[in-house]
Design a protein. Sequence first.
Length: 214
Amino acid sequence: MRVLQDRIEAGRLLGERLAEEYAGTDTVVLGLPRGGVPVAAEVARRIRAPLDVLVVRKLGVPHHEEVAMGAVGEEGAIVRNTGVLGSAGVSAVEFERSERRERAEVAQRIWRFRGGREPVPLDGRTAIVVDDGMATGATAAVGCRIARARGAARVVLAVPVAPPDALAVFDAADDVVCLSAPAGFMAVGQYYVDFAQVEDEEVVRLLGEAREQP
């Protein structure tokens, strides 16, 4: 896989792939904040679908926060990465402490990003859950579970890049669209030239622009 210039290019390429099957259907595009929202916004433009956000948070291993031992999100959704939990020796108390902290952050971000607005309805529709990449798959799985709990008839995960082993066991979606699953995958950021952090203000701006589209 060639290195992507930025999240906009990633969204354009994903949108072109998804348009073959999902353009013109009753579809909602759901970005995982923060980095997945710019990708999702471009996908939504390409397939002419409404855009919303699904608030999820990774649960990082204590003292090694970059490693996901699970994830939590809206609707009380949770995923535990049992392999990481076992190998890292994370206690139940440590896990619960992390879960409480991140659930509080989920609640704050729901208000920050939606401002009290209701989520876009998913009943009977196709939900495309989008992130800027997948590592362990924990946050993606939480996002897909939330979409299904909200009544989506079909759930699709769309990511630009992911490790082959994580894709092979990912079962939270009905379909997975991934541009590349390179051997030797180390981190999502290594497949982007520009992988700058996405700020909350950018997420709010993109969601606001999407709501103004006909």
